[in-house]
Design a protein around this ligand. Structure first.
Ligand code: MG
Ligand code: ZN
Length: 184
């Protein structure tokens, strides 16, 4: 079994400009290529798990998203990174595109994307890692049985947030991607 390095997308791989559905708005975070490369060298399989309610909201299509991520993979490849698997949730209950306006099991904080990735890619979740800039990323990881996460945020972790995850789950609060390397 492989261990995965799960990455949220918006706010971790790219700057979260809000509903980024096109390459023109895709601005990489400093250090993301070297971090993914490092994770790969440490035998982690990089896997992006991302909520994309912009699709349910009709702001961009699933095809737009797939085309964007193909370009992102080209950039990864140009930087020496291998294939990065991408799992996305196009749903939102209040979306205005009917087929996506459902209550699903994949939108974080639900763990559906990690569970599916684990089954399809033979991932050992207990030895995998999550990095996210939203607490719901950490909750999703927790529900999936992940024991180690990085919370990339300028906000402190509140006591209520701490209580929302299992005590065996180590969450490292980091301010930038370079900090992640030190404890990976
Ligand atoms: Mg995010
Ligand atoms: Zn979903």
């Amino acid at each position: 079994m492989k261990k995965a390095f799960f990455l949220d997308r918006d706010g971790v791989v790219n700057v979260d400009h809000g509903y980024v559905g096109h390459y023109e708005n895709f601005e990489y975070l400093d250090g993301i290529f070297s971090l993914i490369l490092y994770a790969q060298e440490m035998d982690y399989l990089p896997v992006i798990v991302t909520n994309q309610s912009g699709i349910a909201r009709g702001l961009y299509s699933e095809d737009d998203f797939v085309a964007l991520m193909a370009k992102v993979q080209q950039d990864f490849t140009a930087n020496g990174i291998g294939e990065v698997a991408v799992y996305f949730c196009p749903h939102h209950q209040e979306g205005n595109v009917e087929r996506y306006a459902v209550s699903c099991t994949c939108r974080k904080p639900k763990p559906g994307m990690m569970i599916r990735a684990a089954a399809e890619l033979n991932i050992d979740l207990a030895n995998s890692i999550m990095i996210g800039d939203s607490w719901r990323d950490i909750e999703a990881a927790d529900s999936a049985g992940i024991q180690k996460s990085f919370y990339l945020s300028n906000s402190p972790v509140t006591p209520a947030q701490s209580r929302s995850i299992s005590t065996s789950h180590n969450v490292y609060h980091v301010n930038d991607l370079d900090e992640v390397k030190a404890v990976l």
